[in-house]
Design a protein around this ligand. Sequence first.
Ligand SMILES: *Cc1c(COP(=O)(O)O)cnc(C)c1O
Length: 382
Amino acid sequence: MKLRTRVVHTGKETDPFTGAAAVPVYQVSTYRQADPVNLGKYEYGRGDNPTREAVEHAVTVLEGGKIGAAFASGMAAISSVLMLFQPGDHLVVTEDVYGGTYRALTTLFHQWGLESTFVDMADPGAVRAAVRPNTRALYVETPSNPILKITDLRSISAIAKEAGILSLIDNTFMTPYLQRPIEFGFDIVMHSATKFLGGHSDLLAGVVVTADEALGNRVRFVQRAFGAILGPQDAFLLHRGIKTLSARMDAQQRSAVVVAGALASTPGIEKVYFPSLPGHPGREVHAGQADGPGAVVSFELADADTAVRFMKGVKLPLVAVSLGGVESILSYPATMSHAAMPREERLKRGIKDSLVRLSVGLEDPADLLDDLSASLKIATGA
Ligand SMILES: *Cc1c(COP(=O)(O)O)cnc(C)c1O
């Protein structure tokens, strides 16, 4: 079946116990045991919950994986995956990794003894050179946040296989609707489901999907033992959001293409980052591994002051942290997604103080462009 069909018909989209059209919120912590010696499948809420199970299954089917696990947030999912490693292990991580992941790796996991080297993953040679005898995984984000740099999934998974180590990817920006890394040999796919998967800016969630069952069972063990699980109410909302994923992604991406194209020829916009724009250095690689450019566009204004004036002047997009909602969201990486990264590290990665990031929502793109250009005129005094 085609992906758009599977978005709706996951195989576990109805309630197995009543046939209800949607798996309801099983708002429970525990389950009655008919036999106190041989416990049933549902034992305790940290281990299993039917609402959570339904959404875990949905994302697993879409990613083409074997086992999925849902967590309380994207960072809970990522941190739980990092618990698969041990003190003394080493990871090679994309240099423009999400700010919160950078923070967790360089503080908490660093203290704990998990080492990381950050490299430009657009350069496979640099990745290969960073692999040490104690390296256990390569960690990728493509397109990266916020400047949408592209990493070649095939070459990274080949390097991992050659070295006998795991390949991990944060697939938040694309969702499985547009990019399925397991098809390219990746072992673990992670999501902040807070973003496009949930899609409505009304929940926090994270999901992990593994390519094989043994690895999936290790993630499930961490989920149960570490306990950063997704609650039933949020699992329900996430599942509901995923049912419209294809319609939302199609519409938001279509508008993002229009917006990125228009911004690229707007005076006062210094540079536009969008994976399908002519001149984007990763355009060909991206087209060879994803089904579209997505719905996030980043762009630079003349300087930081202009960027701040511009953000203060917009009326339509929500000026906020986050992305992937039905409403357009305009973010300032310097104080938001990448505030956790020291300024010099951020600048080294090309994330300037004049950069803003726009997650295009479901508004009519003409209205969005009118609003952006009106605010730009005021910000630049044009
Ligand atoms: C938001 C985000 C995260 C963190 O997810 P939370 O749900 O906020 O914990 C991780 N990776 C990427 C790419 C993100 O955009």
